[in-house]
Design a protein around this ligand. Structure first.
Ligand code: 1HE
Length: 261
């Protein structure tokens, strides 16, 4: 996991702990950063990693599109369409890298930063985290997949309100509307995100692949096709050797009581 100047990563017990690393610019995403995100998640997919935590250096998770680069480049419509397609490819590489990706959020998760976070499978916010889509105020539009991923998380009406008014969500309210699954009282989401990633990494890899990729793909299908795809994925996943061992442990009453709270 080396060779990425804008992503700092280390591997610990099969879990990759990575951090967005452009803190002086609030981790704003310029073209090169987006290229690095794609290359990084392609390298994750080729590795033996069982889960990824994606945190950030600095006080903010990600301030979205590099507005200064965008302004200075004075891009044509065609140029920016191609930029958006790069964002789509990078975030798809993340969403479908095959292992659980847990976002350890902090500070601003805004615009394209929320588009990035919404490609993770689990989002953990700390007490400093806030979510917003300031596109309307900047005179622009989302281009990194928010119309699909953020709309799925919070619903179209809430997304329109966020974009039209700049409304900010934080804490338990952010959990309630679906922007994140955890909102911590403390100022550091990284330890909890690592704990969650470790726990998920103990599942059989095939189950994690089915969960992190299967649900999203199936969600795009008409229900008749979705039911077939679900049966097909379950046919393979639920008969894997790793599930046999776990089912045997349950039947023999030797399995840990994982559902106990
Ligand atoms: C940036 C960016 C950026 C910071 N592009 N350089 N995103 C936004 O509308 C959010 C824009 N950023 C902000 O509103 C603020 O920077 C924050 C609230 C995130 C943080 O404020 P603060 O006071 O801590 O920092 P700062 O002084 O505003 O910024 C520090 C530096 O980061 C400064 O650079 P410097 O060289 O003057 O030190 C800023 O210019 C730089 N910086 N954010 C470029 N976004 C595919 S379409 C996606 C559409 C979108 O993402 S729209 C949302 C864009």
């Amino acid at each position: 996991m080396e060779g990425f100047s804008k992503i700092e990563a280390e591997v610990s017990d099969d879990v990759v702990v990575a951090k967005l690393n452009r803190p002086d610019k609030r981790n704003a995403l310029d073209e090169d950063f987006v290229d690095q995100i794609e290359a990084f998640f392609r390298s994750v997919a080729r590795s033996s990693a069982k889960a990824v935590v994606l945190g950030a250096n600095g006080k903010d998770y990600c301030a979205g599109l590099d507005l200064v680069e965008h302004y200075l480049e004075d891009r044509s419509a065609e140029d920016f369409m191609l930029i958006c397609r790069k964002w789509h490819k990078a975030f798809e590489a993340m969403q479908f890298c095959g292992v659980p990706v847990v976002a350890a959020l902090k500070g601003a998760v805004v615009g394209g930063g929320l588009e990035l976070a919404s490609a993770a499978h689990i989002r953990v916010a700390d007490a400093t985290t806030y979510f917003a889509l300031p596109e309307g105020q900047r005179g622009i539009f989302t281009g990194g997949g928010a119309t699909v991923r953020v709309a799925k998380l919070v619903g179209e009406a809430r997304m329109m309100d966020m974009m039209l008014t700049g409304r900010v969500y934080q804490g338990e309210e952010a959990v309630r509307v679906g922007l994140c699954q955890y909102a911590l009282d403390e100022d550091d989401s990284l330890p909890k995100a690592i704990e969650i990633a470790r726990r998920a990494s103990e599942n059989p890899p095939l189950s994690n692949l089915a969960i992190t990729s299967g649900i999203s793909h199936i969600g795009n299908m008409p229900s008749t096709d979705a039911f077939f795809a679900e049966a097909f994925i379950a046919g393979i996943t639920n008969t894997q050797p790793a599930s046999r061992e776990r089912l045997a442990a349950f039947a023999n009453k030797t399995a840990p009581k994982t559902l106990a709270t």
